[in-house]
Design a protein around this ligand. Structure first.
Ligand SMILES: [Zn+2]
Length: 269
């Protein structure tokens, strides 16, 4: 009998320490029963359980294991094709260039964003309407192609507002983007543009196709751009004869490299 008592005391002494605050033998027995249950009752899923875990903790775990999993949805679906670039074409409108560019872009199922100078846009609204109707985005490129790094706030505002009025009249809404000519801007001009509801946009690839009467040779511009292609880049181009000659070749390369062209607002918002 004595050795049986010693054996029993050894058994209870080997129980996990959390039992130390239990006052009666009955409580100890209940705890043992609970522990026995939790070690076998989780089905599904298969779950190897530490016997020293407290009962209330087990209940919480069981609750969370059985609860449906909530998956956080991304706020904006990702584009199906993530290899995208935005072609932007500055310094129009020029009727012949725009009509031909529209035909080429449509032929390749491509798009571009055109940044127009207000004083040229004023008498070429048909060209602007045709581009907008075809789904191409239109941006504000100031009224006189002014240098915004050396303007005043009043001049910045006047340049942007005059062009907004003309473009809004042609396409039915204010353009989202403003691109400062020469990429020349500062915090003052950016503040003015933003206060007028525009996003200021510059570029990632500048092949300097504005040089010379017709631009550099098409191969030069093409090689410059294609060597720098990366997903998400903004390509700067201008309404020059050699750029128009180069455009189908660039679209062919983009297609070969599995790039899709998208409008700026699809890339930057
Ligand atoms: Zn320009």
């Amino acid at each position: 009998m004595k050795w049986l008592l010693v054996l029993g005391l050894t058994f209870f002494a080997s129980m996990p320490t959390f039992n130390a605050d239990l006052n009666s033998k009955n409580q100890i027995i209940q705890t043992c029963v609970i522990k026995t249950k939790i070690s076998v009752s989780i089905n599904p899923p298969t779950f190897w359980f530490d016997q020293s875990v407290e009962f209330h903790q087990y209940q919480n775990w069981k609750k969370s294991l059985l609860a449906p999993i909530k998956v956080k949805q991304p706020s904006k679906p990702e584009p199906k094709n993530t290899r995208v670039v935005a072609i932007t074409i500055d310094d129009g409108p020029q009727k012949f260039f725009d009509q031909r560019a529209l035909e080429i872009l449509k032929q390749y199922h491509a798009t571009a964003t055109f940044f127009f100078i207000g004083q040229q846009a004023a008498y070429q609204t048909d060209s602007i309407k045709a581009l907008a109707k075809a789904g191409f985005e239109i941006g504000n490129h100031s009224f006189t192609h002014a240098n915004f790094a050396s303007c005043s706030s009043a001049k910045d505002r006047s340049e942007i507002c005059q062009t907004d009025r003309i473009l809004t009249g042609a396409i039915g809404h204010k353009p989202l983007f403003f691109r400062p000519p020469y990429g020349a801007h500062n915090s003052r001009s950016d503040t003015v543009a933003e206060s007028l509801g525009h996003k200021v946009i510059i570029w990632d690839i500048d092949p300097k196709d504005w040089r010379g009467k017709n631009g550099p040779p098409p191969e030069q511009t093409l090689n410059y751009i294609s060597a720098r292609l990366k997903p998400g880049v903004v390509i700067l181009m201008h309404e020059k004869k050699n750029t128009l000659i180069m455009l189908p070749k660039l679209l062919e390369i983009l297609k070969q490299k599995n790039y899709q062209t998208i409008n700026l607002s699809d890339l930057k918002t």
